[in-house]
Design a protein around this ligand. Structure first.
Ligand SMILES: Cc1cc2nc3c(=O)[nH]c(=O)nc-3n(C[C@H](O)[C@H](O)[C@H](O)COP(=O)(O)OP(=O)(O)OC[C@H]3O[C@@H](n4cnc5c(N)ncnc54)[C@H](O)[C@@H]3O)c2cc1C
Length: 414
């Protein structure tokens, strides 16, 4: 078993949206950074697909938006839902004060590939795939790096700062002993692909009926679908059989009667458990947690990727300059938490309100739901639709790129 030892200024654990963005921004600012990702590629399905205006604004500020938009994606300016057979318009993104006034639906692997390709052009950036962090290295009470597994080998990386971006089941967070408080989620999500007969076949984003709640994301020649079920309810769904499940989907959206035949067995349906939680303290000396590692988000509003990106931008704004010169003081890690915990808490609060007020009763009842008054008001008065668009598209505290780009000649370290 080969042992490798490396030193770096910042070691980012996890190559999801938070980790890739932070790695890119720190390297762009002249900080030596190594990102470790346990998978061999980014080609994992069933992850968030929604890139919001706040994220695209950051890409615009970085000069990357044009290249990003060349990747396969669909743009949505208005979002609506079908509730018991009637269409309601809910959010209108076309008035937001940003460069790109829409949501871009892009499979997450394209987004992460894009960030990785851009980051690899920077001399301070290293990405190690198939490298799974298993433990932390300590100097007394200070976290001084990570221990990782790569194939049969072991890798020790000593770093002035470790950033946990390893998601909702974070190893880094557990090994650091950071306390997590579960906020509760009454639902899980079943995720599946439903093919289209033609690419132009359209549809609405959300369908809500007596048989449940179905979200359909247009991915060109198929829909990526999310079906919301009661927490731990997948076994009960399976007991009823795949035919009964298909019938249920068709009762919610009769237009997909032919398309759902592609779901042959429950092997075509994946369970994604929903968690809403957050750590009390996002840091310890030598370690910071951001993204889902600090606050796992519910899929409501499709905001998780975007919050993770905003955390990364804020962390880079606060830490890049000091990290270029040496270790970041603990006070700066606290500054990152102070800046980002409020938007995370506010967003989770709203998600929990919507979960308890609408989704929980919907999952418990088998009667056709009526549109809530708020949804009716949004449908009747179009200017009101700018409010949910603002909350979803921009978040509670939109971040801007403030860390300076430092150009290092290729091959030369800062
Ligand atoms: C059902 C469901 C649907 C969702 N839909 C959406 C949506 O449409 N839009 C949206 O914005 N958000 C959505 N979310 C939320 C979103 O997926 C997350 O909030 C977002 O991905 C968080 O990004 P992250 O970078 O913090 O963590 P992750 O995306 O979880 O990335 C963590 C990375 O760390 C890697 N990793 C884990 N452990 C280790 C280790 N020990 N060593 C090395 N690498 C490791 C993982 O492989 C992964 O690549 C959804 C969530 C759920 C549950």
């Amino acid at each position: 078993m080969a042992n490798e030892k490396l030193n770096t200024r910042c070691c980012v654990v996890g190559g999801g949206p938070a980790g890739m963005m932070l790695g890119y921004l720190l390297a762009r600012a002249g900080v030596d950074v190594i990102v470790l990702e346990k998978h061999a590629d980014f080609l994992r399905d069933f992850r968030g697909d929604t890139i919001h205006p706040s994220t695209m604004q950051c890409l615009y500020e970085l000069g990357l938006l044009e290249a990003f938009l060349k990747r396969p994606h669909q743009e949505v300016r208005e979002v609506g839902a079908d509730i018991s057979g009637k269409r309601y318009e809910i959010a209108d993104f076309s008035h937001l004060p940003v460069h790109k006034r829409c949501i871009a639906f892009m499979p997450q692997w394209h987004f992460l590939d894009f960030l990785a390709e851009e980051a690899r052009t920077l001399p301070n950036f290293k990405l190690r795939m198939e490298t799974e962090v298993t433990d932390l290295l300590w100097d007394g009470h200070r976290i001084a790096g990570v221990r990782a597994r790569h194939g049969d080998g072991r890798l020790d990386i000593r770093a002035d700062l470790v950033v946990g971006c390893d998601g909702r089941h974070s190893t880094v967070r557990a090994k650091a002993g950071l306390q997590v408080s579960d906020q509760g989620a009454p639902m899980d999500v079943l995720w599946m692909r439903i093919p289209k007969a033609t690419e132009t076949e359209g549809g609405t984003l959300g369908y809500i009926g007596a048989d449940g709640f179905l979200v359909m994301l247009d991915r060109g020649d198929y829909w990526q679908c999310a079906f919301v079920i009661a927490k731990d309810g997948f076994d009960a769904v399976k007991e009823q059989g795949i035919e009964s499940f298909r019938d249920r989907l068709v009762r919610i959206n009769p237009a997909i009667a032919e398309n759902v035949k592609a779901l042959v067995s429950f092997d075509d349906v994946k369970l994604l458990t929903v968690t809403v939680d957050r750590v009390q303290r996002w840091y310890r000396p030598g370690l910071l947690c951001i993204g889902d590692c600090a606050h796992a988000m519910s899929p409501i509003g499709g905001v998780g990727i975007n919050l993770a990106i905003q955390d990364a931008v804020a962390a880079a704004n606060i830490l890049a300059e000091p990290l270029r010169d040496g270790p970041a003081a603990v006070g700066l890690l606290d500054d990152v938490q102070q800046r980002r915990q409020w938007p995370a808490k506010m967003t989770q609060g709203l998600q929990i309100f919507l979960q308890n007020k609408f989704i929980k009763p919907l999952l418990a009842s088998r009667t056709a739901p009526k549109a809530p008054l708020a949804v009716k008001l949004l449908n009747w008065f179009p200017p009101l639709r700018r409010i949910p668009a603002r909350i979803i598209g921009m978040g509670f505290r939109p971040e801007h790129i403030r860390c300076r780009e430092v150009l290092t000649p290729p091959g030369k370290k800062s």
